[in-house]
Design a protein around this ligand. Sequence first.
Ligand code: MF3
Ligand code: CO
Ligand code: CO
Length: 254
Amino acid sequence: MNRIEIYTPEQIKHIAAAGKIAAQTLDYIEPFVKTGISTLQLNDLCHNFIKKNGGKAAPLEVKGYKHAICTSVNDEICHGVPHKNIMLYDGDIINIDVTVNLNGYYGDTSRMYTVGKISDTAKDLIETTKLALMEAINVVKPNQPFSAIGKAIEKITKPKGYGIIRDFCGHGIGTMFHGAPHVFHFYHPEYDNVLMKEGMVFTIEPMINATPSITYFIDKKNKWTAFTQDGALSAQFEHTIVVTSKGAKILTRP
Ligand code: MF3
Ligand code: CO
Ligand code: CO
């Protein structure tokens, strides 16, 4: 595995500034997430907000990705590509994922939104996924193995019979969008001896399915959007955090 970057307090301030704009973007877009809006409109609103605040939309730097944000609706797991014909309807759930580049520093965060009245299954899936992220954040501290993150997430989601997506992970972030380490959301014994150190910055971003199934397929046309194989709903929350002497500090809090 590549070396995991350790950031200085000065650099962490810059990452936090990027993270703050990303989090504010998620707050800003909330009232627009309503029946009848398209995911492309959500993309454009978020993009304008990011630019107005002096940032750049990091997904536009990813080779082959042509949009400012990801919008993953219902059975879309992640990397949902915004489109003018994807409209939101009553009962939908959607993850909006924003990554801001501010002066060469990156902050990455996503959360779930609901449209009108959603099912009890959807509600429980969203609450459970959010809890899983927060419990995983709670185990972060110096000298903790990275495998503790996946353990914490399994502890919350397994009793519900929900599936944890294995092929998309959290990641190191800071002066790059995606770096070492892979942050697995399931227990991965290889990470028992990869330890967290003060100044490491990474994302935790569990993708949880409403069924035990963990298989997915990629949209044949846009080559990005990942869907659950069985059509089950999928939810995700993401924060960028830094390891401090006292535990995790969330850098993507609004
Ligand atoms: N923000 C996503 C993540 O959490 C990555 C999006 S990359 C893109 O890592 F190209 F799909 F935008
Ligand atoms: Co991420
Ligand atoms: Co993200």
